[in-house]
Design a protein around this ligand. Sequence first.
Ligand SMILES: [Ca+2]
Ligand SMILES: [Ca+2]
Length: 192
Amino acid sequence: MLEVKEILPKLLLIIFVFNFMNPISHSKNPAEFNKVYEGVLADNMESRNISIRIADLSGDKKDYLIAKYNSAFNIYKFDGEVWEFAYCIDIQGNEWDIKVWTTGDLDNDRKDEIIIFKEKTIIVYDLAEPDFIKTTHDFPYYIESAVIGDIDNDKLNELIMFCCDEPWSYNRQGCKYNVFVVKYDNRKMSIS
Ligand SMILES: [Ca+2]
Ligand SMILES: [Ca+2]
């Protein structure tokens, strides 16, 4: 039977070799990130329960910063020095209502949209100055996560959703999970 003193050096050698061969395990020096901005987004913004995305809402290749907090999306544009307030979307619900939201060019017009998911409902906000066009779609399943991307290389984006057939709850059991890919054309959804 092997003694601990015989095993320990071998174990340490294995750990050393594994770490040396696995570059992912090496941490990066924070100095390698070149900071270009540090400061507040808005003076009156609370830090709790904020989530952010970026989106080229107007198609000018400059992304807006969208901050969701409480019952609104506040939308800002960086002018080189400060974040200028540009738009606000009141999502008319409490802060816990909307857990899932994403941005991207859903209708492939070279402008990004903001898309929020509320249980089995998909709500698209498309900027059409001076305001947003809101389009609402029903979906057969509860949407738990979503992203936008071109998964079939047809140069058109799809909406990819991770869904469940039961509403979310702490004691949910036996839920059937599926991934859905949806094409969005002329403000209509079609499952591909
Ligand atoms: Ca678009
Ligand atoms: Ca595609």
